[in-house]
Design a protein around this ligand. Structure first.
Ligand SMILES: NC(=O)c1ccc[n+]([C@@H]2O[C@H](COP(=O)([O-])OP(=O)(O)OC[C@H]3O[C@@H](n4cnc5c(N)ncnc54)[C@H](O)[C@@H]3O)[C@@H](O)[C@H]2O)c1
Length: 376
């Protein structure tokens, strides 16, 4: 929030001032519920540049920041190997200091660390949120409304196609361990489609996966398994399929991100994440159709093309949950929700390493405390 800051605004600090940290800081400044007070980056120049841009204090150590600033929320936007290895330490440090934390995805590139982060936050009854921004959209909201209004009926299948546009001509070798590791695309990116699939269909019980990479990646010595084909079964019986690339090919219908949920009473498809939602009702039993004919669809075109619009919406939801005192178990896009996606990703890796075997994701921690450790 700039200018006059409402007394109720939550004091916030952003940690890790790369491009995403700057995006988050901008969102906090534009939001009435937030009062950005400090930024932090281990690289002094980055911290100082961001501090100047946002007119707040700069720190190069989170420990120092927490000693000097009375913040309500620590927003962690660091990166690291497989785009998540530098989340663990600042998140744990902020939680240990009793702060509510919003963390970029993936919560960590290490499944053991992720479980520990979620357990640590739950034990301290602190809010740990994750930036699962892809379903904080008017398209996903309206799609969920179709579901709760009974206009989808029993969900039969979910089909997700997602990844970066590209092809051989646009390929550039990235030697950084941020990407040049076999599972970096899975860990850094699949959190998004899997979080959206879970938002619509609930928990995944079975996983089978095939992973590959293009010839031009192999020729460069690029390790990234960038083509991911994942077959899923959900607890509610829905069958799911996810195809993801990282710049391997041009995408066809639906752009870089399309998700179709087919049900017994209707089907919807979201295209370009935030841009467009189409709903097709099931056939009207009173009418006759020839093969290829169907009732006309309802089209909701938001006119929004920029994916960046998802950031302020998701960050606002976290601020709102904290301002309203929503319990850590019930906040939107919690650390536990992010862990659920990483458990599926871990099962994908296990399946691939076992020649496409069927795997079951590791169970999630209970939502309302551990009955074995809680005193009644
Ligand atoms: N949700 C989304 O849509 C989305 C999109 C892109 C990236 N991301 C995620 O955002 C995160 C950041 O991405 P980026 O491209 O801005 O990364 P980046 O590498 O450009 O920036 C990260 C910054 O964190 C700093 N840093 C690292 N460890 C630190 C620590 N302990 N304390 C303070 N500063 C520290 C680094 O110096 C760097 O400036 C990644 O985890 C990435 O996966 C999310």
């Amino acid at each position: 929030m700039t200018g006059n800051v409402p007394a109720t605004a939550l004091k916030t600090a952003v940690i890790g001032m790369g491009s995403i940290g700057n995006t988050h800081a901008k969102c906090h400044q534009a939001d009435d519920l937030s009062h950005l007070v400090a930024v932090c980056d281990v690289v002094k120049d980055k911290a100082e540049k961001a501090a100047e841009t946002f007119g707040v204090k700069a720190y190069t150590s989170l420990g120092e920041l927490l000693k000097r600033e009375d913040v309500d929320i620590v927003d962690v936007t660091t990166s690291g190997y497989e785009n998540g290895s530098w989340h663990y330490e600042p998140v744990m440090e902020a939680l240990a200091a009793g702060k509510d934390v919003l963390c970029e995805k993936p919560l960590s590139n290490d499944i053991g660390e992720t479980r520990e982060m979620v357990r640590f936050a739950a034990a301290r009854k602190l809010r740990l949120g994750c930036n699962l921004n892809h379903y904080f959209t008017p398209t996903a909201e309206r799609a969920r409304q179709y579901m709760s209004d009974g206009r989808i009926g029993e969900v039969i299948s979910i089909l997700f196609r997602m990844g970066f546009q590209g092809g051989e001509a646009t390929y550039g070798f990235n030697p950084s361990p941020r990407f040049n590791r076999p599972y970096a695309h899975l860990k850094a990116f699949l959190t998004h489609p899997l979080s959206v699939m879970r938002y619509f269909c609930g928990e995944v019980t079975h996983v089978q996966a095939f992973l590959s990479r293009t010839g031009y990646r192999k020729n460069k010595g690029d390790l990234l398994l960038s083509v991911n084909s994942v077959h899923l079964l959900f607890e509610n019986g829905t069958i799911g399929y996810l195809m993801s690339h990282r710049g391997e090919a041009a995408w066809g219908l639906g752009g870089w991100w399309s998700c179709e949920v087919a049900g017994s009473r209707g089907t919807f498809c979201i295209e370009n994440c935030i841009e467009k939602l189409t709903y097709w009702p099931a056939l009207d039993p009173q009418k006759k159709y020839n093969l290829g004919e169907a009732p006309p669809p309802e089209i909701y075109d938001t006119g929004i093309k920029s994916f960046n619009e998802t950031f302020p919406r998701r960050i606002h939801a976290f601020l709102e949950d904290k301002s309203r005192g929503v319990s850590p178990d019930n906040i939107r896009a919690s650390g536990r929700d992010a862990l659920a996606t990483l458990e599926v990703i871990d099962a994908v890796i296990q399946s691939y390493e076992n020649g496409g075997a069927l795997m079951r994701p590791h169970p999630l921690p209970p939502l309302h405390g551990d009955p074995l450790s809680e005193k009644i």
